[in-house]
Write a protein that binds this ligand. Structure first.
Ligand code: HEM
Length: 415
C-alpha cells in the first residue's frame, strides 16, 4: 500500500477521523488496534460510530445477532414516512435481519452458487479479452499519434469488466453502465452531499421501476425476470424488496470488484517480485486473489450495524442504539492473525480473511468476484509483461468514501 508517514496523534476516547483518513486509513486502524480496539469515532462528515478493529472482535461482531441491520423496522418512529430512497432502495439484504433476511437471501442465492458461477467463466474470459483488445488498440493509437500512451486501468478495464458481467447476469442493458457508475459514486461517496445522494437514489429507483415494468411485459432469461416471476407467483418478495434487491446486486456487483482489480494491480506493481512469481506460475492465481483481498480490501469496513441493548465487545460495553462498524480492513491487517500482515505474499494462506464479511451476511457474490479477479489478473499479467505504473504512487488519490476503499484513477503503461 502507499501509506508511509505516521498518523497524527489520536484522542482515543472519541477519535475524529480527519480528511486524511480516506488517503491512509491503515495508519488510523493500526493505532486503534493497539490503543483502542473498540473506539467511538466521529467520521469525517460528522456521524458517530463505534469502530471495532481487531481480527477476533471483528469476526465475532460480524456474526453477533445482537448487532442488527434493519434500521427502518427497528429504529424509526411509528409515524415515519419513507420516501423512494429510504423506503424502497434500502429494503435489501444488508438492511434486513432474520426472518426477512433469510427469506430474501434464499431467493437469490441459487443464482450465485460456486457451480452456477463457474459456468460463467467462458463469458467472463470473452469480456476480458475484448476489453483488453480495445484498451491495447487505444494505447497503440495514442502512441502512434505521438500522445501520452498511458491508460486509466479503472476506466478501461477494472470498472467495465464487473459492471458488464453483473448487467448481463441481471438482464440490465450494459449501455447504461456509465449512468450506474455516476449514480453509484454519488451513493457511496461521503462528500457528494445529501442532495446528490437523494437525486442519485431517486433516479435509480425510477430506473429500476421502469425496468421491472418492461421485463414484466417481456420476460427474458435473466435474473430480473426470475425475481419478477418469484414476486408475481407468490408472496415471497414484495415490490419494494424486488427493486431494492436489483439495486443492491447492481451496486454490490461492481463497486467492490472494480476496486479489487485496480488496487490489486497497484499492489502487484508496487511489489514486483510478487508480481513476477505470479506471472511465472499461474497456479498461484486463486490463492493470490485471496491474499489480494486481504491486502487491498475494497471495503474499509462492513456495512452499518446497530445495538438495541448494551453489547460488550472486546471488553468494551457499547450502549444501546449506537452504530457499529466492523473494520474488516483492519482485521485483515491484524498481526495477531496474519503474521507479517503488512507484507504482500501471493503464496500466503490468506484463508479466514474477512474481506467478504462473516456470518449470515457473508458476501453473496464472493465466488463471482473471485472468478472475475482471477481472470482479470491472469489476463493482465500474461498479455502485458511490461505493464507499469505511469504515475508517482504518492500522487494516487483514494476516493472519499468511508465504506469503499478504491483509487480514483490508475494510470498505467501497457508496454
Ligand atoms: C471483491 C469484491 C467484493 C467484496 C470485497 C465484497 C464484500 C462484501 C462484504 C464485506 C459483505 C458483507 C457486508 C456486511 O456484513 O455488512 C458483502 C455482502 C454482499 N455482497 Fe459482496 N463483495 C464483493 C463482490 C460482490 C459481488 C460481485 C456481488 C454480486 C452480486 C456481491 C453481492 C453482495 C450481496 C448481495 C451482499 C449481501 C449479502 C447479505 O446481506 O446476505 N458482492 N459483500
Amino acid at each position: 500500500m502507499t501509506e508511509s508517514s505516521p498518523p497524527p496523534p489520536l484522542q482515543l476516547d472519541t477519535v475524529q477521523l480527519g480528511d486524511d483518513y480516506y488517503q491512509r486509513p491503515l495508519a488510523y486502524f493500526a493505532r486503534m488496534r493497539e490503543e483502542g480496539p473498540v473506539t467511538l469515532v466521529t467520521m469525517p462528515w460528522g456521524a458517530r460510530a463505534w469502530l471495532v478493529t481487531r481480527y477476533a472482535d471483528v469476526r465475532a461482531a460480524l456474526a453477533d445477532p445482537r448487532l442488527y441491520k434493519d434500521w427502518a423496522g427497528k429504529l424509526t418512529p411509528p409515524d415515519w414516512v419513507p420516501d423512494e430512497v429510504t423506503g424502497y432502495l434500502n429494503m435489501h439484504l444488508l438492511n434486513a435481519d432474520p426472518p426477512d433476511h433469510t427469506r430474501l437471501r434464499k431467493l437469490v442465492s441459487k443464482g450465485f452458487t460456486a457451480r452456477r458461477v463457474a459456468g460463467l467463466r467462458p463469458r467472463v474470459e470473452a469480456i476480458t479479452r475484448s476489453l483488453l483488445d480495445e484498451t491495447e488498440a487505444r494505447a497503440a493509437v495514442l502512441k502512434e499519434t505521438g500522445g501520452e500512451d498511458t491508460v486509466d486501468l479503472i476506466e478501461a478495464f477494472a470498472f467495465p469488466l464487473p459492471v458488464t458481467v453483473i448487467c448481463e447476469l441481471l438482464g440490465v442493458p450494459a449501455e447504461d453502465r456509465e449512468q450506474f457508475r455516476a449514480w453509484s459514486n454519488a451513493i457511496v461517496a461521503d462528500n457528494a452531499g445529501p442532495g446528490a445522494f437523494r437525486a442519485a437514489g431517486t433516479a435509480m429507483f425510477h430506473y429500476f421501476t421502469n425496468l421491472v415494468a418492461a421485463k414484466r411485459a417481456h420476460p427474458a432469461d435473466d435474473m430480473v425476470s426470475a425475481l419478477i416471476e418469484a414476486r408475481d407467483s407468490g408472496d415471497s418478495l414484495n415490490e419494494r424488496e424486488l427493486i431494492a434487491m436489483l439495486f443492491l446486486l447492481l451496486v454490490a456487483g461492481h463497486e467492490t470488484t472494480t476496486n479489487l482489480i485496480a488496487s490489486g494491480t497497484l499492489a502487484l506493481l508496487l511489489n514486483p517480485a510478487e508480481m513476477a512469481r505470479l506471472r511465472a506460475d499461474a497456479s498461484l492465481l486463486p490463492g493470490a486473489v485471496e491474499e489480494l483481498l486481504r491486502y487491498v480490501n475494497p471495503l474499509n469496513h462492513a456495512t452499518d450495524r446497530f445495538t438495541l441493548e448494551p453489547v460488550e465487545i472486546g471488553g468494551v460495553t457499547i450502549p444501546a442504539r449506537e452504530w457499529v462498524l466492523c473494520v474488516t480492513t483492519s482485521a485483515n491487517m491484524d498481526p495477531d492473525r496474519f503474521p507479517d500482515a503488512g507484507r504482500l505474499d501471493v503464496s500466503r494462506d490468506a484463508g479466514g480473511h474477512v474481506a467478504f464479511g462473516h456470518g449470515i451476511h457473508f458476501c453473496l457474490g464472493a465466488p463471482l468476484a473471485c472468478l472475475e479477479a482471477e481472470i482479470a489478473f491472469g489476463a493482465l499479467l500474461s498479455r502485458f509483461p511490461s505493464l507499469s505504473l505511469a504515475a508517482d504512487p504518492a500522487t494516487l488519490r483514494w476516493r472519499e468514501s468511508s465504506l469503499i476503499h478504491g483509487l480514483e484513477t490508475l494510470p498505467v503503461r501497457l508496454a
